[in-house]
Design a binder for this molecule. Structure first.
Ligand SMILES: *[C@@H]1O[C@H](CO)[C@@H](O)[C@H](O)[C@H]1NC(C)=O
Length: 151
């Protein structure tokens, strides 16, 4: 491959990773942070529900502004099916590690939190709202709901 073909390939590969796949979401009580945007690999704003393919890893990116300092942040993820929240297993629930965020978090700064959500083969094909919380001492720094469908 010549270098320009390689460049095009690299850009396509980065686009595939989903860094620009902004989705529709609802705020479910971000008390300490203000969410700017949420992106999920393979989804976009034209989809009323983000399609998450089973047996893949989805990449989730949450951009938010911190309104308080924090030494730590913990990720808690649930799939809400017909009002019942079911915990999602996250390989890494420390939102300050391998996430693009370094703690401590400073009030007034903008952060981009990047995480992998394994969509396991054993999950049922259901309509679900992905509830993603970033918690500081048990309080919601960030809480968002992503309307989704497991396929
Ligand atoms: C998802 O990511 C994990 C950790 O990187 C990896 O072990 C696993 O094989 C991936 N699963 C799929 C379906 O790609």
């Amino acid at each position: 491959m010549n270098s320009s073909a390689y460049l095009v390939f690299a850009i396509l590969a980065i686009a595939q990773l989903g860094f620009c796949d902004e989705v529709n979401y609802k705020d479910c009580g971000s008390a300490i942070g203000s969410v700017n945007k949420v992106s999920v690999s393979g989804c976009n704003k034209d989809m009323s529900r983000c399609i998450l393919k089973r047996n893949t890893n989805a990449t989730v990116d949450i951009e938010f502004v911190a309104n308080e300092n924090s030494n730590a942040l913990k990720s808690v993820v649930h799939g809400v099916v017909m009002d019942v929240p079911v915990p999602f297993d996250l390989p890494n629930d420390n939102a300050c590690s391998n996430s693009g965020i370094e703690c401590p978090i400073s009030s007034g700064s903008t952060y981009s939190y990047l995480a992998t959500l394994p969509v396991l083969k054993k999950y049922p094909r259901v309509t679900v709202d992905i509830k993603w919380e970033l918690k500081k001492d048990g309080s919601d720094f960030v809480c968002i709901l992503i309307p989704a469908k497991l396929q």
